[in-house]
Write a protein that binds this ligand. Structure first.
Ligand code: SAH
Length: 519
């Protein structure tokens, strides 16, 4: 029943202006059950992570068909996929019905007898208002706003835009797709009597760390734009309200605004850190160097779980949140429940590991108070484990320090509960960006990851690191040492060895780099 209006298979979804958080809850819901996502080029790639792993993701740019106007192909693909019973999300920048041809796509679906739903999105003008703090309407200065396309050449015969009426419009003008034709557009507005002194602005990439804007008057807008090097796509705002903007818009005051930061965590764990950095205003790239995998052989883990259930271990020690999840998933998979861990004492290396335990309603009996490292954990455990049997649940590889230290006073065994494997082909796009100097801060959240990332660097990137153009930020002194052992300088080390500590170290470093006082 592809045409059941109560249960449509096709969704035209507005992705919002760029920042992934600006997708609606409904948009996220339907993305979460898509089989196919057909997305526009301008849609933030991170939103695609919301679709299930099995979902096919196709950028409409890559659809086959040599027609310069791809729309018929998009319609065809939409209809085809929906007819096979797939849940299709057509993800479009901003709002689907504002200069997005969403109406035409809906029409094609209607013609094919297919039911659909339209999920609105935050359109660029609304986002620009919020992120530049321009009150788009204002009790004293503007009681209306016009959304205008600048795509139509004003001098084109059959042009539908009445620029005389636009010039006389009593309110704020928001012009989409107008940068390439700005001189002509401004010319028309001036010709029809709009004052050259009217405040005006251009913003590109509103809501993202790359957000850039210029402020001028109508008469000086094009010259100001050229000076600043702002190119399409961008949005033009014209009207008295532009002068009512906040001098320091909230977003641009964020501590990492515009800073280019690389996140190197495994892909399934990068999301949280990426979001935190983006909220701080950063422009974030991702390049995982290692990935976490399930073991292929659980024999040893299963043996350990049986021993745990029989109460043969005094302590169970986790050195990562991954280890917690891997062991507890396996516990469940073989039909045990939490009572298997009923008598064992638990320890975790830091707050994140403790947090992972709490997700299962477990609590660590010991977590180091300050130093979230193997050393810190060994020291925290020593008073408790003397003469006891201690099981360390960890990755297939890592440091031996914890085992070596505890083995001095206790019976210690290690069991690998998950595999950590190197990514064989690091992202070529990110390496290129590093080569070109387009990424400044590289966050390194563990020694293994640091080694993986740095092995992928070539001489050009190494040169940039050595000259201080690329800054390596380590989560801990241990990771710092791993970096130095490979001959690279470390620009900063976190003082708290957690993700938040790592982010704080980047913030402090950017202040230092900008010559601002740090604390
Ligand atoms: N449906 C979209 C508009 C598509 S037309 C929406 O509702 O926003 C594309 C134009 O939108 C671009 O040329 C630019 O003018 C504007 N635009 C989209 N996202 C923008 C952003 N983040 N910042 C500034 N302008 C943006």
């Amino acid at each position: 029943m592809q045409n059941d209006p109560a249960n449509p298979f096709v969704f035209l979804v507005g992705a919002g202006p760029g920042s992934p958080g600006l997708l609606t809850v409904r948009g996220a819901e339907v993305l979460g059950r898509a089989d196919l996502v057909l997305y526009d080029q301008l849609v933030p790639e991170r939103l695609l992570d919301l679709a299930p792993t099995h979902a096919e993701r196709i950028c409409v740019r890559d659809l086959p068909g040599n027609h310069p106007d791809k729309y018929p192909h998009i319609h065809k693909k939409l209809v085809e996929a929906a007819t096979t019973g797939k849940t299709v999300v057509r993800l479009k920048g901003g709002d689907p019905l504002i200069f997005g041809r969403g109406g035409e796509e809906a029409e094609a679906l209607r013609a094919a007898g297919l039911a659909y739903e339209i999920v609105p999105g935050v359109t660029a003008a609304i986002a620009a208002g919020a992120y530049l703090e321009i009150p788009l309407t204002h009790r004293l200065y503007s009681s209306s706003i016009a959304l205008i396309t600048g795509h139509e050449l004003p001098t084109k015969p059959g042009n539908k835009l009445d620029w005389k009426a636009v010039a006389a419009f009593p309110g704020t003008l928001a012009i989409y797709m107008g940068i390439a034709r700005l001189p002509v557009i401004v010319g028309e507005l001036l010709k029809y009597g709009k004052s050259p002194d009217t405040p005006a602005a251009i913003v590109e990439r509103a809501s993202l760390g790359e957000q850039r804007s210029v402020f001028a008057t109508l008469g000086t807008l094009e010259e100001t734009r050229r000076h600043a090097g702002l190119e399409a796509p961008g949005l033009v705002l014209i009207g008295e309200v532009v002068a009512q903007r906040a001098a320091h818009p909230w977003f641009e005051g964020r501590p990492l605004f515009g800073q280019r930061v690389l996140v190197t965590r495994p892909s399934h764990q990068a999301g949280g850190m990426v979001r935190k950095l983006e909220h701080l205003g950063a422009v974030v790239s991702r390049m995982p160097a290692v990935e976490i995998r399930d073991l292929t052989d659980f024999t040893k883990v299963d043996a350990a779980l049986n021993q745990l259930r029989r109460g043969e271990w005094g302590w169970l020690v986790f050195t990562s949140a991954n280890g917690v999840h891997a062991l507890l998933r396996r516990l469940d998979a073989i039909g045990f429940d939490l009572r298997a861990l009923g008598s064992v004492k638990l320890a975790g290396i830091g707050p994140k590991t403790d947090g992972a335990l709490r997700e299962y309603r477990l609590r660590a009996d010991v977590v180091p108070a300050a130093t979230f490292s193997s050393e810190g954990l060994a020291n925290a455990l020593k008073p408790y484990v003397s003469g006891r049997r201690v099981l360390l649940a960890r990755a297939n590889r890592g440091r031996e320090l914890l085992r070596d230290e505890l083995a001095k006073i206790a019976t210690v065994e290690q069991v690998a509960v998950y595999d950590q494997v190197d990514v064989t082909a690091p992202s070529a796009t990110v390496l290129d960006a590093l080569r070109r100097g387009e990424i400044r801060y590289v966050t390194l959240p563990s020694s293994n990851i640091a080694r993986g990332v740095l092995h992928g660097f070539d001489e050009t990137i190494r040169g940039r690191v050595e000259r201080g153009e690329i800054r390596l930020v380590a989560i801990s002194p241990e990771t710092g040492n791993a970096i130095r052992a490979l001959g690279y300088p470390v620009a900063a080390e976190a003082t708290s060895f957690t993700e938040d500590g790592l982010i704080a170290a980047v913030v402090e470093l950017t202040k230092r780099d900008a010559g601002l006082p740090t604390h």
